[in-house]
Write a protein that binds this ligand. Structure first.
Ligand code: FAD
Length: 330
């Protein structure tokens, strides 16, 4: 039986662990902190290629492929874990407040039509808008909770609060306080991946803030977006809005100016919010690497594989990444 060590128990490491253990591998997964408390806890959960891609690209293709895997991924995971996952084909509405924004939306829609992202013209509160019927939402915290349960149920050894210090270059051992032998290693440490293993491309943490209000369910049916402002509502009623893109390293403190800015932008888009103070605010570190694509690949001449660099779309890309890793390693 193939023994695989995985460094990092975010959505990517856990989804890979689940698919690999289903194929009969023996998995130990290590996390420096509690599992799934970093970017995968912070993420909004938009599964929304319509708002992400203006031009055709390999990343756009992977994102659409992953979105098409989501319904089956979620039902299989719910069944195996016995836990609920709030996943909905909510659609998205992107609003234009100015003529220039409206023209840009139309141009983008024409381009998107050419590579498989469909949308239609609509209005929102009297403003011109585009509706993206295929976009969806998921609660990422419920996904990782279910992945953890499913992994544990199949015997994955989940070792929390055990930071990986090094991965032996041939992949056959991973070092923490002691050394854990295996046949191969998968580095899935999100924004920390290049710190975990020598010789990997640098990962830059791009901090993002989000806020949420506890509202009655049903205030917002679809994702609502305008430029860098977006919001969605969970089944519980929590209405989540964001975001920011900040290159400040691994600074965890909340930036109250960023929070105030999101509250203002969100209230312009959804006036019922009325600038009210949010009930929760948080931030997280998106794992950014140069180039367009996450690094989902073997490292040449080693028994090390990588799955990191998912930047703004790791929740969306998790099913597809796990399928690819399982095909390579399983
Ligand atoms: C504000 C915000 C909003 C977002 N919204 C969306 C969205 O709407 N849709 C979407 O698709 N994506 C979204 N993302 C992006 C998405 O959250 C990430 O791409 C995704 O969570 C990355 O998953 P990961 O498992 O690679 O990283 P992480 O979830 O960060 O997991 C990495 C894990 O590695 C662990 N680790 C670190 N160092 C070590 C070590 N030395 N040893 C062992 N373990 C270690 C960490 O503790 C962590 O648990 C958002 C991100 C942010 C921050």
């Amino acid at each position: 039986m193939e023994r695989i060590n995985i460094a990092g128990a975010g959505i990517i490491g856990l989804a890979c662990a689940w698919r690999l253990v289903q194929r009969g591998a023996a998995i130990t997964i290590f996390d420096a902190r509690e599992a799934a408390r970093e970017a995968s806890w912070a993420g909004a959960g938009m599964l929304a290629p319509g708002g992400e891609f203006s031009e055709p690209s390999e990343l756009a293709r992977l994102a659409m492929a992953s979105l098409s895997l989501y319904p089956d991924f979620v039902s299989e995971l719910q069944e195996e874990s016995g836990l609920p996952i709030d996943f909905r084909r909510s659609g998205a509405v992107e609003v234009a407040f100015t003529e220039a924004e409206a023209e840009a939306l139309e141009r983008r829609a024409e381009s998107q039509d050419g590579f498989g992202i469909s949308s239609e013209s609509c209005t929102y509160n009297g403003h011109p808008a585009r509706c993206y019927p295929e976009d969806a939402v998921v609660d990422p915290r419920q996904v990782t909770r279910a992945l953890l349960a499913a992994c544990r149920g199949r015997g994955v050894d989940v070792r929390e609060h055990e930071p990986v210090i090094d991965v032996r270059q041939d992949g056959t051992a991973i070092t923490m306080r002691g050394e854990y032998g295996a046949d191969s290693a998968l580095v899935a440490g999100g924004a920390w991946s290049s710190e975990i293993c020598d010789g990997l491309p640098e990962v830059i943490p791009v901090r993002g803030h989000l806020v949420s209000w506890n509202l009655e369910p049903g205030v917002l049916g679809s994702i609502l977006r305008r430029g860098s402002t977006y919001m969605l509502q969970r089944g519980s009623g929590a209405l989540v809005a964001g975001t920011t893109k900040e290159r400040v390293g691994f600074v965890r403190s909340l930036d109250e100016n960023a929070v105030a800015d999101i509250v203002q932008r969100a209230s312009e888009l959804l006036p019922v919010l009325g600038g009210k103070a949010p009930d929760a605010r948080w931030n997280g570190f998106r794992p950014f690497i140069e180039g367009d694509l996450p690094l989902v690949a073997p490292v040449a001449n080693t028994r090390i594989w990588t799955a990191f660099g998912h930047y703004r779309n790791g929740i969306l890309l998790a099913p597809e990444t796990a399928t690819r890793i399982a095909a390579m390693l399983g």
